[in-house]
Design a protein around this ligand. Structure first.
Ligand SMILES: [Zn+2]
Length: 308
């Protein structure tokens, strides 16, 4: 806990935050020197939480700021921006989207400004234009039309092929594109000054891992993440772990379990409907939102392993 403390911005609600009708204080954790993270709710996106379920971070350098993910609505993005402005008035040089999912990119509109460059995976622009309209439609019932009315799809213009170096002024960030697994568009951001790795949804803590792209790819990414020399890893969902090695091992164990159980079922000729009934059940007590994602994870893995 030595360097983690909670800054509750309750005592200093900015005029901007009040004007936006924000009812909840926008809490920020200081993760390391000049690095702050807002920890999202472990929940599904809805109107009540303004889509605020993902972790949102920013890093302050001498010349300016890098924002990493913007939230699940423009409303949340504006509240995040207001919270950043209580700590620094430096220009926002970069907005980095760790991947395509709505809880990480729907707040982008709040950060569009002259001089701010949007950054993402080489695959992100095409994936956003293919899936963005679908996300807007599919989240409308839970979020309500008012919450989504001002959400626009803002694609990155600075793209990460493998690695990209950004300099915030005496503060170098290394962005890395991962092979795929969680979303197929995943990038991480490492602050070289403090060896803090902002991992996006390459790591889930407490919130069950979500396999949207590939079970085997996500397992490979998780094993690679375990080899990191980072001092601290900020997950995409859930609190910043005291011991990130343990958190990564726990995620690997979940993914290994569903892989092994799916392979056993396929060997015995079980069908998908039968398989999703039990695959991953032994891991239930370990994770929140288990019923919301486990069957979907098993389904993605089943389709993939069926062809192996
Ligand atoms: Zn995600």
């Amino acid at each position: 806990m030595r360097w983690i403390f909670l800054l509750l911005l309750l005592g200093c609600p900015t005029r901007a935050a009040r004007a936006l009708g924000a009812t909840q204080p926008f809490a920020l954790h200081k993760v390391a020197e000049g690095i702050y993270t807002h920890i999202g709710a472990i929940a599904l996106m809805n109107a009540g939480n303004e889509g605020g379920i993902a972790n949102l971070s920013f890093i302050i350098g001498d010349k300016g700021i890098a924002v990493i993910d913007t939230g699940g609505s423009v409303r949340e993005g504006r509240r995040f921006l207001a919270a950043i402005r209580t700590l620094s008035h430096k220009p926002i040089l970069y907005v980095i989207n760790t991947h395509v999912h709505p809880d990480h990119v729907f707040g982008n509109g709040a950060f569009v400004a002259p001089g701010t460059i949007f950054v993402g995976s080489r695959k992100l622009p095409a994936t956003l234009s293919a899936q963005g309209p679908y996300y807007l439609k599919s989240f409308a019932p839970a979020m309500g039309p008012a919450m989504l009315a001002d959400v626009t799809i803002v694609p990155p213009t600075l793209l990460v092929d493998r690695k990209l170096r950004l300099d915030l002024g005496d503060r170098v960030l290394i962005l890395k594109a991962w092979a795929g697994g969680h979303s197929g568009t995943d990038i991480s951001v490492e602050d070289m000054r403090t060896k803090t790795l902002v991992a996006g949804d390459l790591l889930f803590v407490r919130h069950i891992p979500v396999v949207d792209d590939s079970l085997l790819g996500y397992l490979a990414d998780t094993r690679e993440l375990a080899l990191s020399d980072a001092a601290t890893i900020v997950p995409g969902h859930g609190p910043v772990p005291q011991d990130w090695h343990r958190a990564v091992a726990k995620q690997a164990a979940y993914l290994e379990t569903i892989k092994a159980e799916l392979q056993a079922d396929l060997k015995q000729g079980k069908g998908l409907a039968q398989s999703v009934q039990h695959v991953g059940e032994s891991q239930r007590a370990q994770w929140q939102l288990f019923d919301d994602y486990n069957a979907r994870n098993a389904t993605t893995g089943f389709a993939e392993l069926e062809w192996k």
